[in-house]
Design a protein around this ligand. Structure first.
Ligand code: ZN
Length: 436
């Protein structure tokens, strides 16, 4: 990209940590007060917990606050007693995809939207993108938050934004890339991989298309996938994310040492999902976020169901002072329990990508139960035609690696190339037959 990475809002992104704590404390008290006086759900939760806003005096007092879960929002669908502003102050509604249950609504005020655009724009500047760059967005433009945020954020810093969206075919996307020369492109990892696959079939070398950076987001992505994208496209790959509920609050910088959390706008905790206690540095736990800047629907101790760990508490060479967390692997919602063991699609993906014969193959995880109520884990993998004779060997390799990693048995079901579903948005690779 043309420019050097920089900070869009250095006074906030590079704020000394002592000042950051003061800011967080003041904003936490204000948010708690707003939730208590304006949001019916929180008034009830506070009553149940036997607390009032006056109990929250320091940052540590956050532990006294009740958690907020997806189920809390579902029970009050669409927005019964959830908002802190009158509906006439809401200018947009987004919705989660509902892949893991009933959808929930996220309302935005005009200020919320501006915050969200700046937040995503911070990420662009952290990658080194600027007004000379051309941004092709493959994120969906609709109820899903991604496209309708990344686009305006790109425009905010003067980039040329091409809102291609996920609706166009891969052939059309490749044509746009060829004709309009984007330097930076964003999409879900599954769609980026899909385009790579289509290009290969068409005899196009994507590494020569001139892309300098790829942004992957909206679903868990393994390091192997990032590596593959980096190599195939001959471009830097950045991870960024957030959710509809807490907005885009984490992103990588050009140092690639972890993901910066926007601590000037949120307070985050990483908790042991079993005990709800803070986990030590480097240990994985559930990311729990309290929003400090959201107007329409502030959230206290929102359980993201995403798992991560703190990788650094030191200021980063990029100038940002926020702590960094690891790439968010599987969401707790996307996991499946097999024989009591938690299995994430990203773990199976790592295993498949480590086997050269099938490293680019599509896969599916099928969980079923025998008549004796024993769980069976089957991994369907597309085996390239000439290799079908050696599927037995691949099967053994996958079986051994699954056993080593997850301590359970898995069997391989080889399928013809092109038979498993492709995903243009969020990949859904788990098929659970036990409920049927
Ligand atoms: Zn950094």
């Amino acid at each position: 990209m043309a420019g050097k990475p920089y900070m869009l809002e250095p006074e906030l992104e590079g704020m000394p940590r002592e000042l950051l704590r003061e800011r967080q404390t003041a904003l936490l008290k204000k948010t708690v007060e707003t939730c208590y006086t304006k949001v019916e759900m929180y008034r009830e939760k506070f009553k149940e917990a036997g607390i009032t806003p006056s109990d929250i005096k320091t940052l540590e007092d956050i532990k006294k606050l009740p958690f907020t879960t997806k189920e809390d929002l579902r029970l009050r669908y669409p927005l019964n007693g959830l908002t802190a502003v009158p509906m006439e102050d809401v200018v947009r509604l987004h919705m989660t995809s509902g892949t893991t249950g009933k959808s929930t609504i996220s309302p935005f005020t005009a200020n919320d939207l501006q915050f969200e655009y700046r937040s995503f724009a911070r990420f662009f500047t952290a990658c080194g993108a600027g007004k000379e760059d051309v941004f092709l967005s493959l994120f969906g433009y609709g109820l899903f938050l991604g496209g309708l945020v990344a686009g305006p954020a790109a425009e905010l810093i003067g980039m040329n934004h091409i809102p291609s969206g996920s609706g166009n075919t891969s052939t059309r996307q490749l044509e746009l890339i060829h004709d309009l020369h984007p330097t930076i492109m964003a999409g879900t990892p599954s769609f980026l991989l899909h385009i790579t696959e289509v290009a290969k079939e068409m005899g196009i070398d994507v590494g020569k298309l001139g892309l300098q950076a790829l942004i992957e987001g909206a679903e868990a992505c393994s390091e192997k996938t990032r590596e593959k994208l980096r190599k195939d496209w001959n471009a830097d790959v950045f991870d960024a994310g957030g959710t509809c509920e807490i907005l885009h609050i984490w992103h990588e910088c050009s140092e690639h040492t972890g993901l910066h959390m926007a601590e000037d706008a949120v307070i985050f905790e990483i908790l042991d999902p079993e005990t709800d206690e803070d986990v030590p540095l480097g240990v994985r736990g559930e990311l729990v976020v309290t929003t400090l800047m959201k107007e329409a629907m502030p959230l206290l101790r929102w359980r993201t169901r995403d798992l991560t760990s703190i990788v650094s508490e030191e200021p980063c060479p990029c100038g940002r002072t926020s702590r960094q967390v690891d790439h968010l692997t599987g969401r707790a919602d996307d996991m499946v329990k097999v024989k009591g063991v938690v299995v994430f699609p990203s773990q199976i993906e790592e295993i498949i990508k480590s086997i050269p014969e099938v490293k680019d193959s599509e896969f599916q995880i099928v969980v079923d139960r025998t008549k004796m109520s024993t769980d069976i884990l089957t991994i369907r993998v597309e085996i390239p035609e000439p290799l079908s004779a050696i599927s037995e060997t691949i099967s053994q390799k996958i079986g051994t690696k699954v056993k080593d990693t997850l301590v359970i048995n898995a069997r391989l079901e080889p399928v013809e190339p092109g038979t498993l579903p492709r995903f243009t948005h969020k990949a859904q690779r788990i098929v659970d037959l036990r409920e049927i």
